[in-house]
Design a protein around this ligand. Structure first.
Ligand SMILES: Cc1ncc(COP(=O)(O)O)c(C=O)c1O
Length: 403
């Protein structure tokens, strides 16, 4: 029986054509494909500038460092992050030398609960990082209002929600900087990779500098050129600006192959998203009879969920525990993953102590949440297998019994 994975990457002729073209051009460092991808991805998320980098974690790290520099944050600045997210979100705050402060999540959306934010704001708070988990957008109107009231910056972590929308407005466009992962199994993938988007010209320059060792030259022109032209700005100064370093930077770049792969994927966004929406609708319909036992990813009509995964929360009324359900699904070759437990991770217990109990919704999700796949590589047969297995374990009857 074929395995039903939680993630999927599909590479078609269009991606292959662009990657081959990049290879044939012999330009493997950043060039026209990276430039095109950055522009298109940023514009599709409501921003002027995009900067590609080697991971979502790097994107978050540099977003924090750029804001720290621009707004002169102190070294003990506090950054609010949700108590449920992939560990990279809060790790990036630690990597930047700042302090992550956790905010409990809403039990229905699994995202940072706006009602919980203000009680964690102190005079040291400088920024909020909402994470649109599993493809579900956060309540950005309320989060933006709170940020404005307390003069806080916002970085949206959109790693799991490329192209998700709130009232037709794409996630990422509610913040100073949007940070994103394009690692395999994310909705749009470049193999490994990340993107930072902003509409602030100064921030975009800082990001472009930080990503490339802290260099002075940050104009987009060098990246888009074919490598044969020398930008006139470069040699105007005594030292070539491209080899002048003005801040402590990193080597977080990617090259043309990732740019080419990303551009091909971008051109297929409607196809990829359409299949995910169709699959999620099918799963929700098929699992509806089990809703007294499990919580399904439902959302208001003004939200466009992108279902990077299909999260399931086991309710207290369920006759089976999460572990029993997960074991059963795995025995049927249906892959499952825990729903981003964070505060109970051994390393976080070591750093922050036993704080999970202060976050009751996150704690419930840590103990009772898991997700399965609903990606664009799955067809009706696989979705039926997922529905059938959940129905069997929760009711003792097969899917046909419910139909
Ligand atoms: C919410 C979130 N943020 C950040 C990241 C980190 O991305 P990467 O693995 O590309 O560093 C991930 C990765 O899965 C993620 O899910």
């Amino acid at each position: 029986m074929d395995k039903i994975g939680v993630g999927y990457a599909s590479v078609t002729d269009i991606e292959k054509k662009y990657v081959m073209d990049a290879l044939d051009s012999q330009r493997l460092s950043q060039g026209k494909y990276v430039a095109k991808f950055e522009k298109m991805f940023a514009n599709m998320h409501g921003h002027k500038y995009g900067v590609m980098c080697n991971s979502g974690t790097s994107a978050l790290h540099l977003a924090i460092l750029a804001l720290k520099e621009k707004y002169n944050w102190e070294d003990d600045a506090e950054i609010l992050v949700p108590a449920i997210t992939f560990i990279a979100t809060s790790n990036s705050v630690l990597h930047a030398g700042l302090k992550p402060v956790f905010v409990d999540v809403d039990i229905k959306s699994y995202n940072m609960d706006p009602d919980e934010i203000e009680k964690h704001i102190t005079e040291k708070t400088r920024c909020i990082i909402p994470v649109h988990c599993f493809g579900m957008p956060c309540e950005m109107d309320r989060i933006s209002e709170i940020a404005k009231k307390h003069n806080l910056r916002i970085i949206e972590d959109c790693a799991e929600a490329h192209f998700a929308k709130i009232n037709g407005k794409t996630v990422g466009s509610f913040s100073d900087i949007m940070a994103c992962s394009t690692y395999v199994a994310h909705t749009l993938t470049t193999g490994v990779g990340g993107v930072m988007c902003t509409s602030d010209t100064e921030l975009s320059g800082m990001l472009r500098s930080l990503v490339a060792h802290g260099r002075a030259c940050t104009c987009e022109r060098c990246i888009a050129s074919d490598g044969n032209q020398v930008c006139p700005k470069r040699l105007k100064t005594d030292m070539d600006r491209r080899f002048t370093f003005v801040r402590l930077g990193y080597s977080y770049r990617v090259g043309e192959l990732e740019g080419a792969l990303g551009l091909g994927q971008l051109e297929r966004v409607d196809e990829i998203m359409g299949a995910r929406h169709k699959n999620a609708d099918y799963l929700i319909k098929g699992l509806e009879p089990l809703e007294k036992y499990i919580q399904l990813p439902r959302h208001p009509e003004n939200i466009e969920h992108t279902y990077m995964m299909f999260p399931i929360l086991v309710k207290s009324e369920s006759p089976k525990s999460k572990n029993e359900i997960v074991k059963y699904l795995e025995s049927k070759n249906i892959e499952t993953r825990p729903m981003l437990p964070l505060l109970n991770q051994p390393i976080y217990k070591e750093i922050f102590g036993d704080i999970e109990k202060d976050y009751p919704n996150a704690e419930y999700i840590d103990n009772n949440g898991f997700y399965i796949g609903c990606h664009h590589g799955l067809g009706k047969d696989e979705l039926d297998r997922e529905i059938e297995a959940l129905t069997e374990i929760l009711t003792g009857g097969g899917y046909s019994y419910l139909k």
